[in-house]
Structures are given as C-alpha cells and as structure tokens.
Design a protein around this ligand. Structure first.
Ligand code: PLP
Ligand code: SF4
Length: 702
C-alpha cells in the first residue's frame, strides 16, 4: 500500500441537466485539490457497476491507501448508491463514510421512516404508494421521491391537500409518473427547518453547530416553507434568494436544541453511521422536532453543509477531510515534500493547465530514497542544463514514489549517464540533416517524408533520439518553415505519405494543426497523413473531442504513439485511445526498447497485450538509436532478438511489432528477425541489407 495514494471514487459521467449531479464533479475537483495540497497523490475514477471487475483490477494495481467514496448516484439515481459501498467493502481497501447497509437504509426514505418509527424517534406521518401508512384528513402532504435527495423532484406542485387517502394515493401515482421517480407523501410540517451535521470521532458522533434554514418573507408572499429544488439550485428564483442558512441560535431554543442533538445522535447509532453525516429536521409550532431525512456521506464542499458547520468551530476544509480519512483508519500526514508535487490526475482537467504546471527542474521533483542528497540533485540539474527536462503532473504521478528505478520515473528524470557517451555515438546518427532539403523536412525514403511541425513536447523523454534538438529555445519551428516544407511536398509528386513529427505535433494549438492539415490535404498526390505523438501517454487530456474532429476530417490519417510500459495505461490514457479509435482513426504504437524498463518478456508481453486491447496495433519496436546521451538505455541487438523470439509465433500476429534498427550513418530502417540469431554468425556480427541494397554490418553484442 502506498500511504500517500488516495483514490476518489465518484459518480459516472453521463449527460445530465440536474444540478445536484453536476455538483458531484465540482466536489471531486475541490477534494482532489485539497488532498494534493495535503501532499497526497490523487487519482479519480468513476464507479460503474457494469465495469466493476475492470475497475477492481485498476484500483488494485494502483494500490491506494484510502478511497474517498463520493458516489451518490448510479445511472442518475440514488437507489443503487449502496452498491459502491459493497464494492469497496469487498475490495478490502479502507474507504470513507458509511457502509452499504447504512447507505441503503437511509437512501430509501420509507425504510428510514419505518426504522425511526420502530425506535420511537419522531418522523412525520406518511403514506406509501401502495396505500400503507397513515392519512390525517385536514393536513397538507408533501409528495417527494423515495430515493433521491438534494430536493430532486420537489417543486411548488409537490405540496397537496386531499380529502381522503385514495385521493392522495392517486396524486402520488400521478406525481411519480410525471417526475419519473417513485414518490410517497409525507405530512407537511409548516415550521422551522434544521440541518444537524455529525462528524465521527473514533466512531462516536460529534454534533457540529446546528444550522437553521430561515424562510424569509415566505408567509408575506403566501408561499409554503418548502426547501425545494429551486431553493437549492436555481439562482435567481424566489426560493433561492429567500432561504438563508444561519448558525445563530434564537433565544429560548435551549430545550429544542438539546432534543435535536439527542435525536441526531440516536440516528447515528441506529443507522450505524460512520465518518460524517447530516440529519434534517422540521419543527412544528409547538417546538416538536421530526426527522425528515438522514444523509449518509453528504456533499463535501467548502462553505456548504457540513463544512460550513465545521468551520464554525475552527475545523477548516482540509482538517475536515483529514478527520474523515482518520475515521476510515488512514491518517493524512502532511508529506515531507509539502506541495511540491501538488498535482492530481484529473481526467477532465484541461491540457493547457497540465502544460503550464509542468515540472521543469529536477528540484521540482519529489526526491526518491537515495536521490535526496544534494550531490544527486546538482548532477540532475547539470544534465537538465544540457538536455532540457519537462514532465506533466499527470505523467509524474504515474511514477512509484519510492522507487528510483521506476520505469516511468527513468523516462523523465535527468540521469548523469546522459553526459557519458561511447565513441560510436553521435548527435545525429540518422544523418537527418543530410536528408533535409528544407529545414524541418526529412526526405530519406522514396515515397514519404517526415515533417517536423513542433520541436516541443509535453514530456522530454530521456531516451529521445532527437534530444539534440527538442525543447531548446534556439530551435523552433515557425509557420514559415512549415509552409516551406509543405511547398516542397507540393513540388514532389512522388511523396504519397507525409509523417508529421517533431517534437510533438500535438503541442500545436487546434487552429494551427487544422491549418497545416488542411493545407496538406490540398495536395492531391498526398494519400496518407501520419502523426507521431506521445500525447496519449504523457498528456491524454490533449485528446479532446475537438482535436479528434480535426484529425478525423483529415482522413485518411494514421496516428502513431509511444507507449513504453504497461503502467502507462490508465483510465485517462485508455479513454483518450478510445476517443481516437471510436472516431475511426487507425492507431499504431512505436515502443523504444529500453534497458531495465521494458526489456523483460513479462513487461513486454503485458505492454503488447494492453496495446491491442485498446485497439492500438504494435507497429515498431525500436532498438535504441546510437545517439549521444541514450547509451544507458540501450540493450544489445542479441538481447532484442531474444526478446522478439518470445513473441513471434507465441502470441497473436498483430500483437507482435517489427523489431527495427535505424542504421547508423543514415542507412535507414531495417527490420531484424529472430531468425537472424539462428545464423550463428562468426564473431557475433551479422550483415543486413537496407532498402537501397547497401550492406551494413551489425555487432549483435553491441
Ligand atoms: C521512420 C521514418 C519514416 C517512416 O518510416 P516507415 O517505416 O514508413 O514508418 C519516414 N521518414 C523518416 C525520415 C523516418 O525516420
Ligand atoms: S515525445 Fe518524442 S520527440 Fe518528444 S522527447 Fe519524447 S521521444 Fe523525443
């Protein structure tokens, strides 16, 4: 278990107009930020019972120490919310708030009322849809949903007056049909309304200051004092403007307050509540209180409900969150690195925010055991001065906090080994500059060109073959040079395949990219466009629906990405891939074979299978180029071929990439086959022929 990893489980996303559901998303965002500021690493996932199996696997592989359960609705209704609790219970990871039984009994108001009545705790009389219950002639009834809270489906028509039980039952039926929620009728108490918030302290309920909802000017305007949907959510409505929360006790309330506290505490025990809860009351004009609702896991938002009550006694939002976590058995100590990495993985966060909050200096990173000393930091800074560093908070978050050789971490943390190099390593072994007729365009193969449209990337991979160029302010692509490249393509009818590369082409704005794609599409001899991008891996938020539309309209367009490790598959990256695949964009992957990261058969097999499961075809597996600064990542060719031997024939053909070496001295790409090993070459050398028929000698053990 990772003590600093917290998962927020929340409602599924679907189209909704209901404010109380939209509210869940704001709640998640605020909580994520608060936890991040407490020094936690935070991830968030939606609970969908249909996907429970996959979700359980994903959670187990991330190993959070605690799960914040913010699930209030499933498929838009509160009726099944307890399933999330049951799921968490089975998972065996500590989770916040109440258990499934408490959730189920309090979400169903009819069950709540029966239990309350059985325990002789006051609750208004009620009539159930099937006629069970009590009808008191001459009194008004409020028709409300059995399962929903947040005043859903309560409006000015909810309050009715009937002559007999049969008539009321008819109205309940009509109202259920009209709203789509199963309803019942509760005797209306025309009086005061109180919200009593409770906070667990080693299992016992602590009652926070009582909040009264004051109905201002209601009687003057002949309105019934009902806290309806508009009152909660419709800004500008009379109800919204005229209901006010106060913590100010009225003189003479002493006995009433004692009684509210006593009943609220009894509810906590009776329903087995845990962590935090809220009990809502109405009080009639004789001062008799009655429980109208019990909220397990009420909304957690600053300045609202329970947090407003807590702040009355000096418990601020983050202290409140810590207490709720403590009740689940997990203490959220402020981490030693403070909020250096005050980031969280928000699948909905916009990509520009992720880019602006990139970590660009080794001192921004959370030190790993063994790397916290000043010497190591100074060395990393020296490396970053030669080869720039940048990592998105999202990607940094995927790293294992305690593992200096974490496969994710090694891809972005500058390593002193980058400054060492062997004699056969050069800055530009592919001699791209030699094949560059105009700046940024490489024409190495007869029918296709590579066009660099940006020299920036979201994350600077330490193993990058173009590390001589990327991320330097001295090296920038301008629209003018890009247009020169496009003019070259226009003048060369043999070019039928244009590969947009970089850097990362998706660092461009949507507008720029659309402009470039449209321009290339005006060239009739260009058949296919390809984009090489690492965004699905390092910044999946970049794959917005708008971007997908732009890519889709440039079809046929193929997108190749670069997953190097199975850990890079997350809810966010898988969703990004799904958006692309659903739009009919063919997806390929080019992995770089990296020593200690993905050169084991187990890791590589998992990577390949993750790719095909996500509709991505493993295209190439690159032998690390003979580029300066990446030597420490390179395996031998023999090791690469042995690895390939484990897959060719052993798994689905389309899950096996071609093993490619980009020949030194600009020889171009050549596929190496496991059968090369069987040649049993003398003194470990093999001869390969490139597409032009030129022979190259390769040392298998180099
Ligand atoms: C890799 C590469 C290509 C594309 O090669 P494919 O084998 O077709 O994927 C094109 N141009 C250059 C300069 C390249 O390095
Ligand atoms: S995304 Fe590609 S170009 Fe950018 S640093 Fe990584 S490997 Fe290099």
């Amino acid at each position: 278990m990772n003590p600093d990893r917290i998962l927020i489980l929340h409602d599924g996303y679907y189209d909704t107009q209901l404010e109380d559901l939209i509210d869940n998303r704001t709640e998640v965002k605020t909580l994520a930020e608060t936890l991040a500021n407490l020094g936690c690493l935070v991830d968030q996932m939606a609970f969908d019972p249909h996907e429970a199996h996959a979700l359980a696997d994903r959670i187990k592989s991330w190993q959070p120490a605690l799960i914040f359960n913010l699930v209030e609705t499933i498929d838009g209704s509160g009726q099944l919310a307890h399933l999330a609790c049951s799921f968490l219970q089975l998972l065996g990871i500590p989770y916040t708030g109440s258990d499934a039984w408490s959730m189920q009994t309090t979400v169903n108001k009819l069950v709540t009322k029966r239990i309350l009545a059985g325990a002789r705790l006051p609750t208004p009389a009620w009539l159930e849809p099937d006629g069970e219950g009590e009808f008191n002639p001459g009194l008004r009834y409020l028709i409300k949903p059995v399962f929903e809270d947040g005043s859903v489906a309560i409006d000015r028509n909810s309050l009715v007056w009937c002559t007999d039980a049969a008539q009321l039952q008819e109205k309940i039926k009509a109202r259920s049909a009209e709203t789509g929620y199963l309803c019942f009728a509760e005797q209306f108490i025309d009086g005061r309304e109180f919200n009593v918030s409770l906070l667990g302290e080693t299992g016992e309920p602590v009652v926070l200051p009582l909040a009264e909802m004051e109905f201002l000017g209601f009687s003057e305007s002949g309105m019934a004092t009902v806290l309806n949907y508009d009152a909660k959510w419709t800004e500008g409505s009379f109800e919204y403007e005229h209901i006010q929360r106060t913590f100010q006790p009225r003189p003479g309330d002493g006995t009433l307050r004692d009684e509210l506290v006593r009943i609220a505490k009894s509810c906590w025990k009776l329903f087995g509540l845990r962590g935090y809860a809220r009990v809502d009351f109405r009080v009639d004009d004789t001062g008799q209180p009655a429980v109208i609702e019990i909220n397990t896991n009420p909304c957690l938002e600053p300045d609202n409900g329970i947090s407003a009550a807590a702040s009355q006694v000096g418990i601020d939002f983050s202290a409140l969150i810590s207490r709720i976590a403590a009740e689940a058995g997990v203490s959220l100590q402020q981490q030693s690195y403070g909020n250096k990495l005050s980031v969280y993985q928000d699948t909905t966060a916009n990509w520009q925010d992720q880019l602006t909050s990139r970590l660009t200096n080794p001192t921004d990173l959370v030190p790993c055991p063994g790397q916290e000393n000043v010497q190591a930091l100074a060395e990393a800074c020296a490396v970053a001065a030669v080869y720039p560093m940048a990592v998105t908070p999202y990607y940094a978050n995927l790293a294992q906090p305690d593992n200096p050789s974490c496969p994710i971490r090694r891809q972005y943390v500058p390593d002193p080994a980058e400054l060492e190099h062997a004699q056969d390593e050069v800055d530009d072994p592919l001699e791209e500059e030699r094949y560059s007729p105009v700046p940024g365009l490489i024409h190495r193969y007869p029918d296709r060109v590579l066009l660099q449209v940006s020299l920036e990337c979201a994350v600077y991979c330490r193993h990058c073959s173009r590390k001589r160029k990327v991320g330097r302010s001295s090296e920038r692509m301008t629209m003018t040079t890009i247009y020169q490249g496009i003019a070259y393509i226009r003048a060369h009818p043999e070019v039928r395949d244009v590969l947009l590369s970089g850097g990362d082409p998706l660092m461009l704005s949507d507008d720029r990219l659309a402009q470039i794609l449209t321009e290339i599409r005006t060239i009739s001899h260009v058949e296919v466009i390809r984009i090489g991008t690492r965004m699905p891996v390092v910044l999946p938020q970049r794959i917005t629906p708008e971007l997908v539309k732009i890519l889709q309209s440039a079809k046929p367009l193929w997108l190749n990405t670069q997953f190097n490790h199975p850990r890079e598959f997350t809810f966010a990256s898988e969703s990004a891939l799904a958006r692309l695949a659903d739009a009919g964009i063919p997806l390929g992957n080019q992995t770089v074979l990296l020593k200690g990261i993905n050169d084991s058969p187990v890791v590589m097999r998992s990577l390949l299978h993750h790719l095909v499961k996500n509709r991505v075809r493993p295209y190439y597996l690159y032998h690390c180029d003979f580029v300066r600064g990446v030597g420490h990542f390179r395996t031998t060719i023999r090791a690469g071929l042995r690895l390939m031997q484990q897959f060719q024939g052993h798994t689905s053909g389309f899950a096996v990439p071609s093993y490619i070496i980009d020949l030194p001295h600009g020889g171009g790409k050549v596929a190496l086959l496991a059968s090369h090993l069987a040649l049993n070459p003398e003194n470990g050398r093999i001869e390969v022929e490139n597409f032009e028929g030129t022979c190259y000698v390769l040392d298998l053990d180099r």
